[in-house]
Design a protein around this ligand. Sequence first.
Ligand code: CDT
Length: 325
Amino acid sequence: TRTIRLAAAQVGAVNLVDARAKTLDRLVRLLEDAASKGAQAVLFPECAFTTFFPRHFIADAAELEAFFEHGDITTADNTRALFDKAKELGVDISVGFAEATESGEHYNTCVYYHAKTGSLLSKYRKVHLPGDYEPYPDAEATNQLEKRYFKPGDYGFDAFRVPDLADATRERGEPIFGMMICNDRRWAEAWRLLGLQGVEVVFCGYNTTGYAPHLWGTNLQQDPQEAAANALFHHKLVMQAHSYTNACFSVSAARCGWDDGKWNLIAGSTIVGPDGKIMAESQTDGDEIVIADCDLDMCRSGKTRTFDFARHRRVEHYSRLISQP
Ligand code: CDT
């Protein structure tokens, strides 16, 4: 069978002052919960090990650096417990983190960890960095300083095969996965690049603010509740639409809830099928496992009919897609 059980590990509020060990412990518990439900691969959110620090203007370099992971993510003190647990349970994980390289560069990164071999099958660095370089003058504003804190990813969108999850048939081979991070999910180009590689499952962790008038523009006229409902709507809209037009499953995992009792991030972790329909979604804005059985052969009808790219795309008309601006 090519049915695999996938899960999103949604993570609720993480406060600025929360000890890293406490957050790490929550991630480990979520993984145990997912494993007890039979999950084979579990997606954790973007920047999963800390609060979503790009909302804050952090002028002090050492203070900022403390939000980043250094060295091998699978063995570093602040993160290894999650990978050790994945190996112990035999459950693959994908997790997002703020990456500091040896040469001092910073990326918004995620990895796919293959439990059986204890190795990283893939690494992705966020390409579409939202927000601004300069903080807003309004001290109460929700900043989104990703352009300040991270470099745009330099790996592109590479799909990859994952062994041991499903029976690899001669025809289809091992399942094809792809990863993106938060804002990437709003960009058709990111999905299509994965779609063109035959992707069957897209993983996307996110931190999406529920109320940020400075950031969203149109929210200026909205009340916070209306703004959060809109943000949730747009999140589901893009996950559903792009899963459908690329004939793939998608799993999205939120870091959500009210950080510091003040900053709202939307929930809405979902698993979507290649027909664009939601198969499972979170019921809370706290720590929660969202899980579904995904029959990868369901991707076939889309990939061989309506969205058979080789037959139907008309690339002679697409040159504007890769020209500036
Ligand atoms: N983390 C992240 O990428 N968040 C953005 C916020 C909105 S930017 C206009 C997102 O796309 O959800």
